[in-house]
Design a protein around this ligand. Structure first.
Ligand code: WTA
Length: 703
C-alpha cells in the first residue's frame, strides 16, 4: 500500500473537488442569548487545557462524590473518566429538577394521530413514574446493578421512564430501535445477555397501528436459538385496557406492566450511587463484520459530555422548548432526547410517528402549537419534508432559534432550504457529526460563535482534536482537497468504554490502524479511527464524505453489508449475496442486493420477494432493498472475492472501471445490461452523480 505508483485508488488518496460554500453568520438575536457567545470559551478548551477542560461539563451534574482523577489512561485505550467520582444519571435527569421545580414539564408526548391528546409530564410526575417502575424492575423482575436489560420500545414516554428507571438502579439498558425486526432484537438480547425484555404491544406509524408484541415473541425465540433464555417479557400497553397484538401473551413469561405497576404505587427507590466508570447503557451498531457491536457507555463521562454539548451546541436553556425528531432507539435519541436535555432540566418533546403524517405540515404544526424553539432532525427528514411540502413551513407561526442536523452529510441545497424555509432565516444551524460510539458530537460549529458553512459540519467540537491521516499515517495537508481517514487524536468523556464482550474488536476496529505502540499509556499514541472519509478546509472546517468501511448509511441508519448479506443467505435457494449502496435523493443511500441462486433454481419475482422478506425478518423494514437483482454469477477476483465495487457501479450507472483482472470479466456486461435496462424501464435510473458520490461508489467494498 505504500507504493505511490500503485494504480488502485484508496479512499485516502481520492481527490475530491468541491466548491467552498460561503459562510452564514449566526443571527444576532441568537448570539445575544447563546450559552456560548463569549470567545473565551474557545480558550478554555485548547489542547494545553486537556483533559481538565471537561471539568466544566462534569460540573453541570450533581455528583454524590467528586472524582479524584479526570482522565486515567493506565488501561489505554480503555479510557476512564472522572475516576473516583460517584453519581446517578436518573437523579441528575429527574430528582434534582423535581425538587427544584416539580411542576415544570419534563416530557411532552405527541401521539401520531392528530386528534389524540398531547401528554404533558412534569418533573414531579416523571420522578414518581421512574420510581414506581424502578421498584417493579427490582422487585418483580429481580434486576440489579450491572444486569443488562433489552428494551424494544417505540417513541412513547414509557421508553423514557424505562431508561431512567434502569439508570436509577444501575441496570444497563440496551434499547433496540423499534423498527428493527424480532430477530435483530433477539440477536442483541443474546449478545448482551439480557434475561428481561421490555416492550410495548403496539404503536402508530403512518396512521396504522403496528403489532409490536409479535416481534417480542420472535426476539425471545431467536435469543433462545443463540442460547440466551428470556425469563420475563414486560409489555407496556399502548392504550389502557386494550391489547394491540394478535399474538397471545405467554403465561408465566409475559406480563402487562400496566397490570402490575399498581402494586408499586408511591414506592420510592433510592438512586444507586454508581461509579463514574460504571456503565449506563449499550447501543448496538453495525460494522464490517456481521455481529453487531454493543457500544458500551459510561455513567459519568457520558452524562458530562451530553450535558455539556446540549448546553453549548444545541444552546439548551432550562426554559427552552426542545424537540428532537430522532428515534429514541438510536444514539441521537439517547443523548439528545433523553440524557442531555433532561440533565439540563429542559422540556423535551417526543413524537410517536412519521414526520409527514398526515401531511408535510405536521412538524410545523407541532412546532407552532407547542412553541418549539430548538429543532433537531436528520438530512433524510429534511430532504423528505422539502420534497413533499416545500412551502409548508411558511404557513405556520413558529420560531426556531436554532436547529440541528445529524446522521449524514447534508447537501448544500438542502441545507439552504432548512435555513431559509424551515428556519425562516432566523435560526442558527449546527450540523453535528458524530457516531454511536462517540456518545456525543465530534464536529460542529458553536452556534453563537462560529459561522455556518453548508455541507461542512464545522471544526472539532470543544476539546475534540480531529486529524486526517492517509493510509500511512501521514497527516493530510489542510485545504489540499485530499480526502483521508478522519481520526480524533484525543480521548473525550463520552467515548464508548469498549465493545460489549468484544474488547479485541474495540482495539482492532478503532485503534489498531494508527496506534504506533500498543503498550503506550500516553493518549497521544492512540488516535481514534472514526471510519469516515473526510476533508479539512483551510479554515479548519471538516466535510464528512461518508463511511469507508462496509457500512451503508440508509436515512442515517448504519447497515452493515455483512448483516444484509447474511440475511439474504437465510433464503435456502440463495448461493451468494452482495449488498451495495445506490444514491437516493431522499434517503441518502439505499441498499441494492445482488444474489445468485444455487443450481436448479430459477430467478423469479417470488424469489426476489423472498430475499426482501428475509432482510425484513432479520434486520427490519428500514433495510428493505430498493431492488433485488438475481444474477447468474457475481463478478469475482481471482481469489474468489465478490467485487462489490463493480456491481455498485452498475447500480449507480457509473463506469465499472477496469474489470480485466477479474476471474470472470465476461459476466459484468450481462449484469450491467440486465440491471440497467430494468432500472430505465422502471424510471429508476439515477441522476448524474457528484464527484464525491462517484468517489464513494468507486471505493465501495475496497479492501
Ligand atoms: C455519519 C449517528 C456527515 C458518519 C449520530 C458517521 C454524518 C455515521 C453526520 C455514524 C454528519 C453522522 N455529517 N455524516 N453531521 N453525522 N454521520 O453511529 O458516517 O448512527 O460515521 O451515529 O453517520 O452513524 P451513527
Amino acid at each position: 500500500m505504500t507504493d505511490s505508483s500503485e494504480t488502485q485508488v484508496s479512499e485516502a488518496q481520492i481527490a475530491v473537488h468541491w466548491r467552498e460554500e460561503e459562510y452564514y453568520p449566526p443571527p444576532e438575536k441568537f448570539v445575544k442569548q447563546a450559552n456560548a457567545n463569549d470567545p473565551a470559551i474557545l480558550d478554555r478548551f485548547t489542547e494545553d487545557k486537556f483533559p481538565d477542560c471537561f471539568i466544566e461539563y462534569a460540573d453541570l451534574l450533581t455528583w454524590d462524590k467528586r472524582w479524584d482523577t479526570v482522565l486515567d489512561t493506565s488501561t489505554a485505550p480503555f479510557w476512564k473518566w472522572f475516576v473516583g467520582g460517584k453519581l446517578n444519571a436518573s437523579y441528575n435527569c429527574v430528582d434534582r429538577h423535581a425538587a427544584a421545580n416539580p411542576d415544570k414539564t419534563a416530557v411532552i408526548w405527541v401521539p401520531e394521530l392528530e386528534a389524540d391528546e398531547t401528554l404533558f409530564i412534569s418533573y414531579g410526575q416523571l420522578l414518581r413514574q421512574v420510581n414506581e417502575f424502578a421498584a417493579l424492575l427490582s422487585d418483580f423482575a429481580g434486576l440489579k446493578k450491572g444486569d443488562r436489560v433489552t428494551l424494544h420500545m417505540p417513541m412513547v414516554p414509557e421508553a423514557v421512564v424505562t431508561m431512567l428507571a434502569c439508570a436509577r438502579l444501575g441496570v444497563i439498558h440496551s434499547q433496540v430501535f423499534g423498527g428493527f425486526s424480532g430477530n435483530a432484537c433477539g440477536t442483541r438480547i443474546a449478545d448482551s445477555g439480557s434475561r428481561i425484555l421490555i416492550t410495548m404491544d403496539g404503536y402508530y406509524r403512518a396512521g396504522a397501528m403496528q403489532d409490536h408484541k409479535v416481534k417480542a415473541d420472535e426476539a425471545v425465540a431467536e435469543a433462545a436459538r443463540q442460547d440466551q433464555e428470556v425469563d420475563k417479557v414486560l409489555v407496556w400497553r399502548r392504550k389502557e385496557g386494550e391489547y394491540q397484538s394478535k399474538i397471545p401473551m405467554v403465561d408465566g413469561r409475559d406480563f402487562f406492566v400496566n397490570d402490575i405497576i399498581g402494586k408499586y404505587a408511591g414506592h420510592e427507590v433510592a438512586p444507586v450511587s454508581l461509579d463514574a466508570t460504571d456503565s449506563l447503557f449499550l447501543m448496538y451498531t453495525s460494522g464490517t463484520t456481521g455481529r453487531p457491536k454493543g457500544a458500551q457507555h459510561s455513567v459519568g463521562g457520558y452524562m458530562a459530555y451530553v450535558a455539556g454539548t446540549s448546553k453549548y451546541y444545541q444552546d439548551i436553556h432550562q426554559d427552552d422548548m426542545y424537540w428532537c425528531l430522532a428515534d429514541i432507539g438510536w444514539i441521537t435519541g439517547h443523548s439528545y432526547i433523553v440524557y442531555g436535555p433532561l440533565a439540563l432540566g429542559t422540556t423535551t418533546i417526543l413524537y410517536e410517528g412519521v414526520p409527514n403524517y398526515p401531511d408535510a405540515g405536521r412538524p410545523w404544526r407541532i412546532a407552532e402549537k407547542l412553541g418549539v424553539n430548538i429543532f433537531h432532525t436528520s438530512p433524510t427528514s429534511i430532504r423528505m419534508l422539502r420534497k413533499v411540502g416545500p412551502d409548508e413551513p411558511t404557513k405556520y407561526n413558529y420560531h426556531f432559534k436554532c436547529m440541528t442536523t445529524v446522521g449524514e452529510p447534508i447537501e448544500p441545497e438542502v441545507w439552504r432550504w432548512y435555513y431559509h424555509s424551515v428556519g425562516k432565516d432566523q435560526a442558527a444551524i449546527t450540523d453535528t457529526w458524530w457516531q454511536t460510539e462517540t456518545g456525543g458530537f465530534l464536529g460542529s460549529t458553536l452556534p453563537g460563535l462560529q459561522p455556518m458553512k453548508p455541507g461542512s459540519c464545522g471544526p472539532g467540537a470543544l476539546g475534540i482534536f480531529p486529524v486526517i491521516y492517509d493510509e500511512d499515517r501521514n497527516e493530510v495537508p489542510k485545504g489540499s482537497g485530499t480526502a483521508g481517514n478522519i481520526c480524533i487524536r484525543n480521548p473525550w468523556p463520552s467515548i464508548m468504554q469498549t465493545v460489549w464482550g468484544q474488547p479485541e474488536r474495540f482495539l482492532d476496529v478503532y485503534y489498531r490502524k494508527y496506534n504506533t505502540d500498543p503498550n503506550s499509556k500516553d493518549w497521544h499514541d492512540w488516535p481514534y479511527f472514526c471510519g469516515d472519509g473526510a476533508l479539512e478546509a483551510e479554515d479548519g472546517y471538516f466535510r464528512i464524505l461518508g463511511r469507508i468501511d462496509d457500512v451503508i448509511n440508509v436515512a442515517g441508519h448504519r447497515l452493515g453489508t455483512k448483516e444484509l448479506e447474511s440475511a439474504a443467505l437465510t433464503v435456502p435457494e440463495v448461493a451468494e449475496a452482495a449488498a451495495v449502496p445506490v444514491i437516493d435523493d431522499i434517503r441518502g443511500r439505499m441498499v441494492e442486493m445482488y444474489v445468485s441462486l444455487k443450481p436448479g433454481f430459477e430467478a423469479s419475482p417470488a424469489m426476489e420477494a423472498k430475499v426482501t422478506g428475509a432482510i425484513e425478518t432479520e434486520i427490519g423494514k428500514i433495510a428493505r432493498p430498493k431492488n433485488v437483482w438475481i444474477v447468474p454469477d457475481m463478478p469475482k477476483t481471482r481469489s474468489g472475492k465478490i467485487m462489490r465495487r463493480v456491481i455498485a457501479s452498475v447500480s449507480n450507472f457509473t463506469d465499472v472501471g477496469d474489470v480485466t483482472t477479474l476471474a470472470n470479466p465476461e459476466v459484468v456486461e450481462g449484469i450491467r445490461h440486465h440491471v440497467q435496462s430494468a432500472k430505465v424501464a422502471k424510471g429508476d435510473a439515477p441522476r448524474e452523480l457528484t464527484e464525491t458520490e462517484l468517489a464513494e461508489i468507486k471505493a465501495f467494498g475496497a479492501e
